[in-house]
Design a protein around this ligand. Sequence first.
Ligand code: ATR
Length: 270
Amino acid sequence: MSDRYCVFGHPVGHSKSPAIHAAFAEQTGEALEYVAIEAPLDDFAGAWQTFTADGGRGANVTVPFKEEAHRLCDTLSQRARRAGAVNTLVVDAQGHTRGDTTDGLGLVGDLRRQEVVLAGARILVLGAGGAVRGVLEPLLEAGPSSLLVANRTAAKAEALAADFADLGEVAGGGFDTVRGPFDLVINGTSASLAGDLPPLPDDLFAEGGVAYDMMYGSEPTVFLRWAGERGARGVDGLGMLVGQAAESFLLWRGMRPDVAPVLDSLRRSL
Ligand code: ATR
């Protein structure tokens, strides 16, 4: 029987992870099965226990279980501990549950693939929720000259920046504290979902600046449209999605699949 993996979410029917991991398995010749499981909102731990009792070897975790998954782990990677959330569960050799988070690696990997230079860059990150907390460590490790976290609720951005201050030049504030120009602006708010746009100055982007939206769709998001009208190059979050999956696959199988062909075919299917 092939090794079993899954993605837990609620809802989870829309998840692209089964298709992505099936493509990775084919590409690498690994024999594995990967399914989507809708865990009950009040019993994520039970769903994980049932899955591992049936021989499950690992899982991805998506909304709304990332924090709960973090709490049930026996061991955590350093970046997962700091993120306060996990998107990857691994059953280790002792049968213990190890938690990790690969979202930030997926983002940074995608930015590198897009040839966005992070070292020395002036970076603005919009939002201060779980999605942003999960990516700050790898972003700061890439060595930007400054990183500003701006959020609708300023206090949350300030607290988040303080939590990561040992890793680099990071500050937090409300949208009213945003003063460009920035080489890279990452939208990590869920505002796009509602078709909303944070209030931002028109002169946000430096020459050659890049706008990155963690969201994606068949059409550019509101944020990417707005940024394009102000001269920025826009990139959506589909590459981050495939990239985080590749990093999870590496944790489970010891090999990192090639993201590009899977991303290309996923893009065509949107
Ligand atoms: P996630 O896990 O996706 O990060 P979250 O933790 O609920 O979800 O965080 C959502 C983020 O989007 C927050 O930064 C939120 O701002 P607040 O902290 O002020 O709530 C931001 N957000 C959501 N809707 C928004 C909107 N319409 N305009 C601006 N920011 C918005």
